[in-house]
Write a protein that binds this ligand. Sequence first.
Ligand code: KG4
Ligand code: ZN
Length: 335
Amino acid sequence: MKILGIETSCDETAAALIQAEGEKIKVITSVISSQVDIHRKFGGIVPEVAAREHLKNILPIIDQALGRNKWSDVDYIAVTSGPGLVTSLLVGVETAKTLSLVLKIPLLSINHIEAHVYANWLSGRIKLPALSLVVSGGHTQLILINNQGHYKIIGQTLDDAIGECFDKVAKILNVGYPGGPAIEKLARSGDSKKINFPRPLINQLNYNFSFSGLKTSVLYFTRSVPNKGFLKPDICASFQQAAVDVLVAKTVRATNEHKVKTVMLAGGVAANQKLRTTLKNQLKKQSPKTSFMVPDFPLCTDNALMIAIAGYFKAKKGLTTPWQQLTADPNWQLS
Ligand code: KG4
Ligand code: ZN
């Protein structure tokens, strides 16, 4: 079957087409239009600007993703309907509903976080039970997956999401936008042991996270040093190390406690090389029988391919939504 995926939950307008049968998923196209350059001058995403850009881009992006394929070849349309910015979500949702009404193509309503996790399914079957560490601009969650399509959130951030924390620290240090990749780049030439930033909740025997105190520590430290320019790489490296230490410690502990067969990294911060390699190495040491999966770099940040893949597994279960019932849900929690 062929599935068209549509994603507009934040500041990327994306569409993708896949062909899938049994365990095989073939990528036909994946098109992403990023608004990073537009939001850079504001230092963050401006929801109304994002929605206007989505409106401008959505039809050309879908047209490009469809390529030479005909609408009559598309079996399902999968669209992100939450969580995300409501004004952004509405553009994708209303576009998908219109296409469904006019072209009589069934709709699949996709949870953005579930889709980030599904990005891992492109590399093949995942052995369950699995644990996913979802790290994005809006979420930091440890999710247990005992059966495909069923999720149990065993821990999450009590305040800032980790991506949001990278973005805010980048703003404090004035090192560029978006913050995550800018910090990672500077951190490469810094000393991660130079500043001993706190590792919030690392010793608490639960799976919750808290990153706002870490961000504030970076702010106070930065204010306390006069000529901080030359220290920026060390601050970035030390901050990144503190964040990675907490994420990895909790994930490895949950892996062993729940005896999972697979650990999957997911979301925009999964593009961080330090996090990818530290988690991989620690799992190898402390839980050698567990497989570790992480999507290729372009599949970590927002894209429509993961929406189409999540759609495929919903389509197989017949979980379609009539266009009359599809709504954007900015706070959709996985369950
Ligand atoms: O999943 P995503 O593209 O959008 C949301 O669903 O939120 O994640 C975006 C977040 C941003 O906070 C961005 O700074 C962060 O992912 N990010 C990174 C890296 N690349 C993107 N954080 C750390 N290191 C990176 N290399
Ligand atoms: Zn995302």
